[in-house]
Design a protein around this ligand. Sequence first.
Ligand SMILES: Cc1cc2nc3c(=O)[nH]c(=O)nc-3n(C[C@H](O)[C@H](O)[C@H](O)COP(=O)(O)O)c2cc1C
Length: 320
Amino acid sequence: MDMPTLTIGTRTARLPIVQGGMAVRISLSPLAAAVADAGGIGVIAGSGLTPKELTAQVHAARAVTDGVIGVNIMVAVSNFKQLVHAAIAAGVDLVIAGAGFSRDVFGWCQEAGVEMVPIVGSERVAKLSQRFGASAVIVEGYEAGGHLGTDELMLELLPRITDSVDLPVIGAGGVVTGADIKRALDAGAAGVQMGSRFAATVESSAPDAFKEMYVRATDDDIIITKSPVGLPGRAIRNPLTERLAVGDYPPIERCVTCLKACGKEYCIMDKLVRAQGGDLTDGLVFAGSSAARVHDIPTVQVLMDRLAAEWRTAGEGAAS
Ligand SMILES: Cc1cc2nc3c(=O)[nH]c(=O)nc-3n(C[C@H](O)[C@H](O)[C@H](O)COP(=O)(O)O)c2cc1C
């Protein structure tokens, strides 16, 4: 049996696969367009971009695909409102908002006919999102890469969220194979969001050395670190995370107040930008625990075909 489609409000993707937004500049138009073209939902990460840059990214994706394109913007960034408005004006299908909760974004999206999809970590926030008009919710478990809003695993959280709302629920965290997708859908998810697996694809805008770190990573290399956003973050161990672990914070060279509230231990934006630029000593390489199960750097199309084949095999195994 083939994978089911994923409908979020008025938009339908052929496959139940959302490519997670990955900042700074890891998921840009090349990755998002390739995923959308292959039948999933492609997501451009807006955090760390200017509204003008985000507009250009959305236009670039739109120019090459008719598939479903979203943006992911952290509520915690200072220019959240400007970025959401830029994305809507540029013609995105959906806005995904995480790392905080914004009431206003629901109204901005509804007015424009754009689907609003918050990332939630509890039944309370899922219910609140439904009340404000969310088209779907993403449940991100503790396995996920980047900032973490919960210490529960995705498959523990998922059934409680599906029971508490009458919306499509998308499971994120620890999904790298078609069998993982099947497990999440069997547990009640309408789709999955995958970050780490897509970070190590040809179309990802991560530098090659960053992708190679994923391919080489073992479970022991993937650690939890502190972020000035006020949430823990999951990343691959490197000289920077070793420093952060002992409280040896690199001084902030230039603050542009990129976050609404910043702990100011160090500059997270600088460290994410450095990693994307290829500095893997002093840059922060966000990755999910599942990065230890990423062993190659395929094109998006090869990956999507593989996921579909693995899904079918997992289904046959379950049926026999
Ligand atoms: C390099 C990287 C950057 C990320 N940046 C963001 C981000 O900007 N906003 C966000 O909501 N989630 C971000 N995430 C989380 C992903 O969108 C996704 O939910 C998560 O990676 C799912 O877990 P997985 O990596 O096990 O697939 C990031 C993840 C990674 C690996």
